[in-house]
Design a protein around this ligand. Structure first.
Ligand code: PMV
Length: 367
């Protein structure tokens, strides 16, 4: 059984030597959503996600033994090769939360060079892939002091650290399907880390497609942190957590038997319930835009007319993720071009699919 102490075991008085490491970590899209949390960054219910392939963050972390700044944490951040102060508070908070597990964080100077393969303005949250990539880099530095560290420990601790940065980030270390949270039906399921779904998955889900329709570029008006907080005292919270539990049980069965009708029913209900929670909290808020609803209605109409098993899901924003099997890619892309592009801001959409997870790179290069 994993506990927080598991990740302190590798504690060492050894200081790393100066070095640079590079990792790429993907974004993920939840099928059963995590919405609502307990301290510290523990999910109120278990969730499961598809790991993506093309939407990812590439991060290079350079560690030098000497501090450059007088502050508790000495670091600089470059986003797209330009110094970026706006990331500082989030990284400082992350270092603070993870210091007890990574004692070298106060020992030297870090230069964090990071970029996303998807545009910043796209409205796609980069916190999951960003926190995952940074956590993996930090683990590479820890591992340099402990060369015998197992790969399993390395990846599990990376997930643990990423979770402390942003909950859903713990599902961005591995792939193609990752579960996070204690749940009777998930082997080794844990509130502390994401685990790769280790059970048979039907062929229809291999290379499952995710086309992200960009309805709204830029930052959303209400952060996920505030949204999670509003689940405290929410009139429907308890029922929602029970529903997520049941949806996850049912979805695991569907992932094994390939029942796409069942898949669509759960995934769409999860997306709408997530937004229903926002619309029924106090204060209430709305992240969907008119174009979000127009797309959902067009998807329903298209599915009914063609029988093509496409469905939608939503993150905490207005953009729409279209999920569908690889074999109907051609028809769906034609549908997007004909009927949906008009709803996308500046006609933008991103084609992605399920992916294998994070990867260490030899050099910092945005592909
Ligand atoms: O990881 P956070 O704290 O940004 O929360 C994200 C929650 C959702 O993306 C809306 C759902 C999920 O499970 O990813």
């Amino acid at each position: 059984m994993i506990s927080e102490d598991t990740f302190k075991l590798i504690y060492s008085s050894k200081q790393p030597i100066s070095q640079s490491v590079v990792w790429s970590a993907p974004s993920n899209i939840a099928l059963v959503k995590y919405w609502g949390k307990k301290p510290v960054q523990l999910p109120a219910n278990a969730s499961v996600s598809f790991t993506l392939s093309n939407c990812k963050t590439i991060t290079e972390l350079t560690y030098s033994c000497d501090k450059l700044h007088d502050s508790r944490f000495s670091f600089d951040v470059l986003v797209d090769n330009v110094a970026n102060e706006s990331f500082r508070p989030k990284i400082e908070a992350f270092f603070e939360k993870t210091l007890e597990f990574l004692p070298f964080l106060t020992a030297g100077h870090f230069t964090i060079r990071t970029a996303n393969t998807f545009p910043h303005s796209s409205g796609i949250a980069s916190s999951a892939s960003g926190m995952a990539a940074l956590s993996l880099c930090l683990m590479s530095i820890e591992k340099s002091c402990h060369p015998t560290m197992s790969e399993a420990f390395f990846l599990t601790k990376a997930s643990f650290l990423a979770r402390l940065g942003s909950g859903s980030a713990c599902r961005s270390i591995s792939g193609p399907i990752v579960a996070w949270g204690n749940h009777g039906a998930i082997d080794h399921g844990s509130d502390l880390v994401g685990v790769t779904l280790n059970r048979p998955v039907h062929d229809v889900f291999s290379s499952y497609q995710d086309t992200i329709l960009i309805v709204e570029e830029g930052q959303k008006q209400v952060s996920s942190t505030s949204g999670h907080d509003l689940m405290h005292g929410h009139p429907f919270a308890q029922k929602r957590f029970e529903q997520a539990e049941q949806n996850l049980t049912d979805l695991l069965e569907i992932l094994a038997n390939g029942d796409l009708t069942g898949f669509i029913s759960i995934v769409e209900s999860e997306a709408l319930t997530l937004h229903a929670m926002m619309m029924t909290s106090h204060p209430s808020y709305l992240l969907m835009q008119p174009a979000t609803l127009s797309i959902i209605q067009a998807v329903w109409k298209f599915r009914q007319a063609t029988g093509i098993p496409i469905c939608f899901t939503l993150d905490a924003g207005a953009n729409v993720h279209l999920l569908y099997p690889n074999y109907c890619k051609k028809e769906v892309l034609a549908f997007i071009l004909k009927d949906l592009v008009a709803y996308c801001q500046n006609g933008r959409y991103i084609c992605d699919e399920m992916g294998a997870g994070s990867k260490q790179l030899n050099e910092y290069k945005i592909l």
